[in-house]
Design a protein around this ligand. Structure first.
Ligand code: SAH
Length: 362
């Protein structure tokens, strides 16, 4: 995506590959690390500002190497402190990333695709369809831009791959992004601070289990039976509930870690006491915790949020059966930054998008 006169886009390579590329381009090998620190630790993307490089070196780097960075188009702050960033990529496509303070630590929720192919029926992003995969540089770029804008480059934070897109449907770029984020000379984000959320693309999930850098795993389950899940998550027709649970049982978890099962509660669809009991049975023997997400309703989404009593009753049934259960607070709903509400309006809008736009006044 870099201009033709820039043979290298710095943000698309891991450091070891950058070192090799620098040598090939005639720069000293250690310069790659120097620039890496500027870009990831200090948020500097212009070679001009890299003051420990000589002027001629800055010039020739600027002529050869791009540092492609998403642009902040819009930044909205919710009453609860959540901030949603609308970012524009090099080709003009737009994505959203969200900063969620105090959860208990600071968290960045980032996207892995423009849109999503999974078409879960309660998710607004699913209505966009898949427009394209993000590159590793664009995935990491969201973290760079948010951390820079919020003055958090030197701070510790968590990353959840729970923005737009299905991370395991963009496997290679997502994993490369995790390696770049992990680099000790850059942001040094430990994989323990990263959570990858997936709808359950089985072959990719098996592959994830063999990765040297392994994030925490969250599975978007949403129903204990194939009948209901098949309605909500089209992919379930390919990889069903029991296959996913079996894969989770085999997943090589680190000591003391557990798989999070996300469960969007939809009134009258998957929120009955019987659903809760079935879920409790299903997860017996899986090192798990359950995260209940009461639906964030939106125009164009054909479901409703259950009452707080229903949510509590569901949670209680799981807790009574010794499952760890939490109810996800919906952060940033007033700016449409909550789960399943990330959507970017293109020039051609679907009816659901138009409705959502009207209702939320964007
Ligand atoms: N594609 C991945 C990553 C997205 S994570 C996945 O599905 O896991 C976003 C989480 O928010 C998922 O658990 C998703 O099911 C949930 N979600 C989607 N739409 C929602 C909505 N309208 N209300 C609440 N949660 C929603």
């Amino acid at each position: 995506m870099q201009p033709p006169d820039h043979p290298l886009d710095f943000v698309e390579l891991e450091r070891s590959d950058l070192e090799a590329a620098f040598v090939q381009l005639g720069f000293e090998r250690f310069r790659a690390r120097q620039v890496f620190r500027w870009v990831y630790r200090r948020g500097v993307t212009s070679f001009d500002a890299m003051t420990d490089l000589s002027q001629p070196l800055r010039k020739s780097l600027a002529a050869t190497v791009a540092v492609t960075t998403p642009h902040v188009i819009q930044r909205e702050r919710s009453a609860d402190g959540t901030e949603k960033f609308l970012l524009e990529l090099d080709d003009g496509k737009q994505i959203e990333a969200v900063f969620i303070p105090d959860t208990p630590s600071m968290t960045f929720c980032v996207s892995t695709q423009v849109g999503c192919a999974m078409a879960c029926r309660f998710c607004l992003t699913g209505k966009m369809g898949l427009i394209r995969n993000l590159t590793a540089g664009e995935i990491v770029g969201q973290v760079r831009v948010l951390a820079g804008a919020l003055g958090m480059l030197e701070r510790r934070f968590n990353i959840v791959l729970m923005g737009m897109g299905e991370p395991l449907h963009n496997y290679d770029e997502t994993m490369k992004a995790l390696r770049i984020l992990n680099d000790e000379h850059g942001l040094a984000v430990s994989p323990r601070r990263v959570t990858l959320s997936t709808v359950g693309l089985l072959p990719a999930l098996e592959r994830l289990g063999r990765e040297p850098i392994m994030p925490n795993l969250a599975i978007s389950l949403h129903a204990p039976s194939d009948a209901t899940r098949g309605e909500l998550v089209p992919l379930n027709r390919k990889y069903g509930v029991s296959e996913i649970i079996e894969a989770c049982k085999r997943f090589p978890l680190k000591r003391r870690s557990r798989i999070t099962f996300e469960y969007v509660l939809l009134a009258g669809v998957n929120d009955s006491p019987e659903d809760a009991r079935e879920l409790a049975r299903l997860l017996t023997g899986v090192k798990s915790k359950v995260n209940l997400i009461p639906l964030n309703a939106a125009p164009g989404i054909p479901y409703e949020r259950p009452t707080d009593e229903t949510v509590d009753r569901f949670a209680q049934i799981l807790a009574d059966r010794h499952h760890t259960v939490s109810v996800r607070k919906s952060r940033g709903r007033d700016i449409r930054a909550a789960c399943g509400q990330l959507i970017v309006e293109g020039p051609r809008r679907s009816p659901a998008q138009t409705l959502a736009t009207l209702a939320f006044g964007h």
